[in-house]
Ligand binder design. Structure first.
Ligand code: TRP
Length: 445
């Protein structure tokens, strides 16, 4: 059987497509707002380079060497205790869990694309009402757009690596970049652009505490799609003789640049037309639409293309969140791609409906345990526990379990003199950082 592999550019686009997601355009700006701007951005850049880049190379290495689904790759590369290490591959489950709420959020974005064509809220208050009404009482609208997201994502997955995933990214990623760049260039012509630059780059170190630091590390992970085998699974379909370090560099570079460009653009609009750097998850769904309203008809246009870009970012990430488990059932159980894609799709679709219900008045109490409803629990368990844990496992696996000569043989020629520094970071800096993040997010420290 001929094995489908990404082309060189195809791989970079697909991996960057996975990395560039709601994390960059929706989450990064609002956490930057929460932690006061410049200093947080610098800490984030530092962790991306030191920790994110290291793990990215390690995760690519496992997939590239294993050439199979995550479970099989771990199993084959472990020199001993294969049955224990293969559990590392089940990190792919985290992706399916993330999809439970990710698909719902993509549904909200679809809804905003359509509604922004004719309507923008005239004040932050009104915008908030629009958003919370959808969230708490409009089950059918959310269900409808969640279904559209499910169908689209599942369809792409049934088409496989080449004509599904590679093709999707080939069209969506350049479009996304063009839209953001266009809006960014427009933003540079506005007076408030300098305010946005100042907000994002002049550090106020008094705002940095341990929580900001932990958030930055956690986000570096999420935004680069690390810790659950998405990058690993894609890397199994990398061309032979690929340069992992170069590929990792491009993915990190694109992901970071897009987050910064999106942040500068959004903050410019919020300074110019809105209420300044809004905080919290409502930033793109609440503050932004009311800022667009102030721009008149141009605002409708910007709102529509902005939400299209956001939807594209979400869709290309989604396929990477589901693909690890699809690959698993294909490789280990000989399922057809169709069967594997549809089954995994139905899994996140059905639980996604529960996630929608858990925000709807009348059902919310039923689906709330402790201080979180089902939607928030899924978000919390994946981001706070599963991803950092996955990253920890991968760092230990490549740093201590796989024989050093094996790692050296592939990566030393690519990393050159930086090899030892990378290896050290993987063995000591990364695991300690991940451990601290996990403890902190779980509320232990
Ligand atoms: N990186 C994506 C974002 O920024 C989300 C994502 C996609 C992800 N695949 C992942 C996060 C794998 C963790 C692991 O939105």
């Amino acid at each position: 059987m001929k094995i489908a592999r990404f082309s060189r550019l195809g791989f970079i686009l697909a991996a960057a497509g996975s990395a560039v997601g709601l994390g960059n355009i929706w989450k990064f700006p609002y956490i930057t707002g929460e932690y006061g701007g410049g200093a947080f951005v610098l800490v984030y850049l530092f962790t991306v380079l030191l920790i994110g880049f290291s793990i990215m190379i390690a995760e690519m290495f496992i997939g590239y060497m294993g050439r199979k689904d995550g479970v099989t790759s771990f199993e084959e590369l472990a020199p001993k205790n294969k049955n224990l290490w293969k559990l590392g591959g089940f990190q792919g489950l985290a992706g399916l869990f993330i999809m439970i709420f990710y698909s719902v959020v993509i549904g909200w974005i679809f809804n905003y694309i359509v509604s922004s064509l004719i309507y923008l809220p005239s004040s932050v208050k009104e915008a908030e009402l629009t958003f919370t009404t959808m969230l708490h009482s409009d089950f059918l609208t959310q269900l409808f757009y969640h279904s559209v997201a499910f169908l689209w994502i599942t369809y792409v997955l049934t088409k496989g690596i080449k004509s599904g995933i590679e093709r999707l990214n080939f069209y969506l990623m350049p479009t996304l970049i063009l839209i953001l760049l266009g809006m960014f260039i427009y933003a540079t012509t506005l007076d408030s652009f300098s305010k946005a630059v100042e907000f994002m780059f002049s550090p106020d170190w008094s705002k940095i505490n341990s929580e900001a630091f932990v958030t930055a590390v956690g986000h570096a992970f999420f935004t680069l799609s690390l810790g659950m085998g998405a990058i690993m699974t894609y890397s199994a379909s990398m061309e032979k003789n690929s340069n992992l370090v170069k590929n990792a560099f491009w993915v990190v570079f694109l992901d970071t640049t897009i987050a910064i460009v999106a942040g500068l653009m959004l903050f410019t609009f919020l300074y110019q037309y809105g209420s300044g750097p809004a905080k919290g998850p409502g930033l793109v769904f609440i503050s932004l639409p009311s800022a667009f309203y102030e721009m008149g008809i141009l605002g409708n246009f910007f709102a529509v293309i902005f939400f299209i870009a956001l939807a594209f970012a979400g869709l290309t990430s989604s396929v990477s969140l589901v693909e690890p488990m699809v690959q698993y059932f294909i490789d280990r159980f000989n399922w057809s791609r169709l069967r594997a894609s549809v089954s995994m799709g139905l899994f996140f679709y059905l639980f996604g409906i529960v996630a929608i219900l858990s925000n709807i008045d009348g059902y919310e109490e039923l689906l709330t345990w402790g201080d979180k409803n089902f939607f928030d629990w899924v978000d919390y368990i994946t981001a706070a526990i599963m991803l950092p844990f996955g990253g920890l496992i991968m760092a230990i696996f490549v740093g201590f379990v796989i024989e050093k000569q094996r790692v050296e043989a592939v990566l030393k020629p690519q990393l050159g003199f930086a090899f030892e520094a990378w290896y050290f970071s993987l063995r000591y800096i990364t695991p300690v950082a991940m451990f601290i993040v996990m403890l902190n997010l779980m509320g232990v420290v």
